[in-house]
Design a binder for this molecule. Structure first.
Ligand code: TPP
Ligand code: SF4
Length: 292
């Protein structure tokens, strides 16, 4: 008799380790949405690999009952791309913070986007370095000190923050990201929906998940005023329109900004592999002949 197909629930993706984040941390909402998205797709936990860098957000793989890789700070994308290319059958999710992704790891983002490796990259953006207790990050807005000053923020940026912040959506769009979305951890249904689409997408799927750090920076109240849905009838097929909005928006628009279908990196490599193997065999034969 054929084995019954198991229908999994969100709880089936929990690990035995209880999350250690502060009560109220936005990362809880992201984790719970991830469990639900995995369950909606009924993914086999043995086929999931969640890779992270360092940060409060980087702890997430410990709380997921699949495979995990908690790597070094800023190197989540090379690690995740390596996992996927070594074993294209796996569902690979890279996660981390805005510091991990856009400061020390910022050089990897353009290449992951243009390469279109088939992974999902979810950044839990709290606009601050939380694990190290509250220094400004590349997404900290100017004037941040006026919102709330943590003791380490006042040491690191006593006169506030004056640089322009990085624009993650514009960056990924400009470098060829094939799936670009933004969500808010306190709007879980939309985050689940976007995660499901991202996991199904063939190529590099990027989600900026606003995920407040309630201990060193933020409250949800500011964010609730700052976010808005994408304009009614938004069509996610135009990179130029999405870039225009990313550069001009006043509110942070939530939803699927952009999606295109183009071959993922492992498919492109798939075509190259037999050519490379034939060349290797020919070189080897010539080499062996030279000893005959
Ligand atoms: C190579 C290296 N440099 C610096 C650090 C110190 N460090 C640990 S986490 C972190 C930033 C964390 O901020 P973010 O990535 O935004 O994650 P969050 O804690 O906010 O989730 C830094 C600078 C480190 N662990 N390794
Ligand atoms: S310090 Fe901030 S980001 Fe880290 S667990 Fe606490 S609330 Fe979350």
């Amino acid at each position: 008799m054929a084995e019954a197909i198991k229908v999994r629930k969100a709880a089936d993706y929990r690990s035995e380790t209880k999350p250690t984040w502060c009560p109220g941390c936005g990362d809880f909402g992201v984790l719970s949405a991830m469990y639900k998205a995995f369950a909606q797709l009924n993914l086999d936990p043995k086929q999931i690999v969640v890779v992270s860098g360092i940060g409060c957000s980087g702890r997430l793989p410990e709380f997921v009952g699949g495979y995990g890789f908690h790597g070094v700070h800023g190197r989540v994308l090379p690690t995740a791309m390596g996992v996927k290319l070594a074993n294209p059958e796996l569902t690979v999710v890279a996660v981390g913070g805005d510091g991990d992704g856009f400061a020390i790891g910022g050089g990897h983002v353009p290449h992951a986007a243009r390469r279109n490796v088939d992974i999902t990259y979810l950044v839990m953006d709290n606009q601050i370095y939380s694990l190290t207790k509250g220094q400004p990050s590349p997404t900290t807005p100017p004037g941040m000190a006026a919102v709330r000053v943590s003791p380490s923020m006042s040491k690191m940026a006593p006169a506030g923050v004056h640089e322009l912040p990085i624009n993650p959506l514009a960056m990924v769009l400009a470098y060829g990201g094939s799936f670009v979305a933004r969500a808010f951890s306190s709007q879980p249904n939309q985050l689940v929906e976007l995660l499901v689409l991202a996991l199904q997408h063939r190529g590099f799927a990027f989600i900026q998940a606003i995920s407040p750090c309630v201990t060193f920076y933020d409250s949800y109240d500011r964010w609730k005023e700052d976010v808005a849905p994408l304009p009614a009838g938004w069509d996610p097929s135009s990179r130029v329109r999405a870039l225009d909005l990313a550069l001009a928006e006043e509110k942070r628009h939530l939803g699927l900004w952009y999606r295109e279908e183009r071959p993922a990196y492992d498919e492109t490599i798939g075509a190259v592999r037999p050519v490379a193997a034939a060349e290797r065999a020919a070189v080897l034969e010539r080499l062996l002949d030279s000893f005959a």
